[in-house]
Design a protein around this ligand. Structure first.
Ligand code: GAP
Length: 514
């Protein structure tokens, strides 16, 4: 199945089974805003719990906070968001549609890359076993032609972006590449303008007027401005970290790919404060630590790659993205940045207050450097869903849709199913739920045939189904079905917590990290 179709199916599956709904749907929705349903919220909470515990439980030098979404507006001046958190936008005069100029050009670069990939695939098919990809790439005239165009465009684009960006040059690239509006099909483009991504609103209304405040575009600044409060009250010694999970808001112009790019989303960010000069060593360590966190989910190492930034923001001295293989290619899920002491120094300058750290061991006073790990909860959710979604052909010719979620993240861990709705089986099944619900989330289901009930649980990723039958009444045993292998075993009811609880707990994932 084409990856595009897989993605469409995943989106409708998310809706059909209560994972993600378009926001305000009965009013025709609100662009790039989504609600999480009864299954989605559980999965999302499990992802957050996995991240939170991996930070604050496994590291005795990392603590959490929960700062407010509204912050003093000068914070956003100091952080650079007021002046520089912009997207370059261009309008098509015929369709009246607005685009990000950088995205139009990046899509054009991707088109050249696709052309190269197609030629390589054709070559592989033609030459079979004897195919030498490196040699083919180095010699095939069509590959060389597309690659040269791609490289020239990439170089010109990177130069334009690094020059401010140079808005006239971005427009010129769009014209020279003859990029057309996907709606009108014309090249009738306006100038390129900068557009700030922060949402703003007014706070208070007094005779002196109200204050313009922003909905935070990242959670990180709440950590920076509290770092000294935490350091002093928690008696933290550098190196130490502060973790936070919370909502962030960006007025994304090109909002697309479902929950990949949203206007309201959630971030899990951790700022790690280190002694100047040690930051690159810590950056390397955090890269590995975070990759290990992702890989522990068991989707396969080939689903991940680092994308090290060649061109760094002026305040960073190293940066990388962890990219995940989504149905629409490798995409950024998490950023790891060595941000120097930029943010803390800026807050010191704009607030006029000293926020230097005093090192009791060396009697030195300095502004710590910061390594940031920043991951989007929603993007993580999308990566988990897309890696887990599976349509499977069964030996009897039927197909089933199964979400192969890591058991620790699954919304429901165990479904308890009476074989029939009579003979005391429902009562027995309910008694089992009443006992086990203290250990992990269980769901009782008695409607429809047992086969249909298994399919429903497969579709929401429930790792175990337990069937209560007549034998259960006699010997207190049940059949336990494994979601992935579909094998069934007979087990004593008293053994259930011991068999299941460990496998479905977040602890089982955390243990893979140490
Ligand atoms: N404090 C650093 C920071 O915010 P970022 O690369 O802009 O860095 C970090 O964002 C992560 O937040 C991204 O890797 C992504 O997972 C998530 N993210 C950013 N913008 C998003 C959006 N519009 N919708 C969903 N997730 C987003």
């Amino acid at each position: 199945m084409a990856q595009e179709d897989v993605f469409k199916k995943l989106v409708s599956h998310c809706k059909e089974y209560g994972f993600v709904f378009p926001s305000s749907e009965i009013y025709d929705g609100l662009g790039a805003v989504y609600d999480y349903g009864q299954m989605g919220v559980e999965l999302k909470n499990n992802i957050k719990q996995y991240w939170w515990q991996s930070m604050v439980l496994l590291h005795d030098n990392i603590v959490g906070i929960d700062s407010a979404i509204f912050m003093h507006p000068t914070i956003w001046k100091a952080s650079g968001h007021v002046d520089a958190f912009n997207d370059p936008l261009i309008d098509n005069r015929d369709s009246k549609k607005r685009y990000r100029a950088d995205v139009l050009i990046e899509d054009q670069i991707a088109k050249y890359e696709e052309k190269v990939a197609k030629e390589v695939a054709k070559g592989a098919k033609r030459f079979g076993e004897a195919f030498n990809e490196a040699q083919f790439r180095a010699t095939n005239p069509r590959v060389l032609e597309h690659q040269a165009k791609r490289d020239a465009l990439h170089e010109r684009y990177a130069k334009a972006m690094n020059a401010g960006p140079d808005l006239d040059e971005l427009r010129q690239i769009i014209l020279d590449e003859e990029i057309v509006c996907p709606i009108s099909g014309t090249k009738n483009w306006t100038e390129v303008r900068q557009f700030n991504l922060m949402f703003s609103t007014e706070m208070g209304s007094t005779s002196e007027g109200s204050m313009r405040v922003y909905l935070r575009p990242e959670t990180a600044q709440g950590i920076f401005v509290n770092y000294l409060n935490v350091q002093k009250t928690g008696r933290m010694k550098v190196p130490f970290g502060i973790a936070q999970i919370g909502k962030a808001f960006r007025n994304e112009i090109v909002a697309r790919q479902f929950i990949f790019r949203m206007r309201e989303f959630e971030q899990m960010e951790m700022q790690f404060f280190v002694k100047p000069g040690t930051e690159l060593e810590w950056f390397k360590r955090w890269k590995q630590t975070r990759l290990q966190w992702h890989k522990a989910l068991g989707f396969g190492d080939d689903h991940y790659r680092f994308h090290d930034h060649e061109k760094l923001a002026h305040y960073a001295n190293a940066a990388t993205d962890i990219e995940f293989l989504m149905p629409f290619g490798f995409k950024e899920v998490e950023g790891i940045h060595s941000r120097t002491n930029f943010d803390l120094s800026q807050h010191e300058k704009y607030s006029g207050k000293s926020i230097k750290y005093f090192d009791p061991d060396t009697n030195e006073r300095y502004t710590p450097f910061v390594i940031e790990t920043s991951i989007g909860v929603d993007r993580m959710f999308l990566s988990v869903m897309s890696a887990s979604y599976c349509e499977e052909q069964l030996p009897d010719g039927e197909t089933r849709v199964v979400l192969r979620l890591p058991a620790a993240l699954a919304p429901v861990k165990l479904a308890v199913l009476p074989l029939v709705k009579k003979d005391g089986l429902p009562e027995k099944a309910r008694a089992i739920v009443d006992d086990l619900k203290f250990h992990f989330p269980c769901q009782y289901d008695e409607k429809d045939s047992i086969g249909k009930r298994y399919r429903r649980q497969d579709a929401i990723g429930t790792p175990y189904c337990l069937t209560v039958d007549h034998q259960s009444l006699e010997d207190n045993t049940v059949t336990l079905r494994d979601r992935d292998s579909m094998t069934q075993e007979r087990v004593a009811i008293t053994q259930l917590p011991g068999i299941i609880a460990d496998r479905v707990s977040i602890t089982s994932l955390l243990k893979r990290l140490v």
